[in-house]
Design a protein around this ligand. Sequence first.
Ligand SMILES: NC(=O)C1=CN([C@@H]2O[C@H](COP(=O)(O)OP(=O)(O)OC[C@H]3O[C@@H](n4cnc5c(N)ncnc54)[C@H](OP(=O)(O)O)[C@@H]3O)[C@@H](O)[C@H]2O)C=CC1
Ligand SMILES: CC(=O)N[C@@H](CCC(=O)OP(=O)(O)O)C(=O)O
Length: 339
Amino acid sequence: MSGKIKIGIIGATGYTGAELIRILLDHAQADIQYLTTTSAAGQDIGEIYPFLRPRFSQKLTKYELSAAQKLDAVFICLPHGRSMELAPELVNAGVKVIDLGADFRFRDLAIYEKTYQKHTAPEINAQAVYGLPEYNRAQIKKAKLIANPGCYVTAATLALKPIVENLAFVEGSLIIDAKSGVSGAGRALRQDTHFLEVYTNFSTYKLGVHRHQPEIEQNIGASVVFAPHLLPVNRGILATIYVKLHEKTNTDNILSILQKQYQNEPFVRIVEKAPTLKDVVGSNYCLISPTIVGDGSQLILVSALDNLVKGASGQAVQNMNIMFGLPETTGLERLALNP
Ligand SMILES: NC(=O)C1=CN([C@@H]2O[C@H](COP(=O)(O)OP(=O)(O)OC[C@H]3O[C@@H](n4cnc5c(N)ncnc54)[C@H](OP(=O)(O)O)[C@@H]3O)[C@@H](O)[C@H]2O)C=CC1
Ligand SMILES: CC(=O)N[C@@H](CCC(=O)OP(=O)(O)O)C(=O)O
């Protein structure tokens, strides 16, 4: 295509919307033209996120299809259930849509409906491509609608998928003990995520009923035990993942399986020392380390990423790059966190 990509962000006042703006301002082919809100129409985005000033100024407006259909690409950053109202008309108008929510992530709508709510756009769901570039690059290239994966799901899938596909493991032994920064819960006020509930505290939530469990299971084709935790930090996900193998092995063997899988991937790094949140926050990288412990059959994987970047907006830009035939790393290689 000639010229820059004309971009809209639906739900620009939220955390993933603001993170998209942060990333796209340093993307040579991106032209952010349209930002929507339901609550702050008429305000400049720089009034809500002063860190964007003075580089970027743009008025927020209420969503209108007539304006959105003039764009090349639209990122939908809305609460679950809203994208299926908007995406069909955008896709039919020829706009490429990248949805950061969960509405189009499930191939089996019965699982979606059991986990979330009734699906009102099954025809469009059938056209959606799951936006995990490391596994779906060829389909993403041709896609009209991308279902961007969840943040915990990206961390867990990238670590576990090569293991379950290459090694015999004890059924029921896959345990994902994952911790997330509070920005994972979005910008809206909630009692369980406000400062005094989270600061100097540490807690589990939604044990056994979290909606990311079926999404992880869809991706890796095996059942998992998933235990999410809320960490008193702004951003980042660190997942400690346990796998009981049928045969004894060593760490070097697992390292070579993971390295072989991801050797050409720009945003997955296999490391020997277990990654920390500081290693990834602000960047689009997912860092994964394997360690074999005990008698040689117990594997512990540590997977770390930034929930707002590789877990959301960075991965969304990676998908946009693939859809528009750009180098996949455009705008994502030198990301540094703006405090
Ligand atoms: N935060 C994270 O780490 C991740 C989030 N996601 C997913 O991305 C999506 C966006 O998340 P996030 O940015 O964190 O969410 P936020 O709550 O921070 O932002 C949501 C946005 O949607 C707007 N909005 C709220 N309610 C409605 C409504 N009923 N109709 C239309 N617009 C509404 C809000 O703004 P306004 O009130 O101005 O309209 C805001 O711009 C969600 O589906 C989330 O699950 C995915 C991966 C990671
Ligand atoms: C800390 C926190 O609350 N995190 C969110 C995950 C957000 C996310 O990645 O996921 P979705 O796109 O699937 O909403 C949660 O547990 O629901």
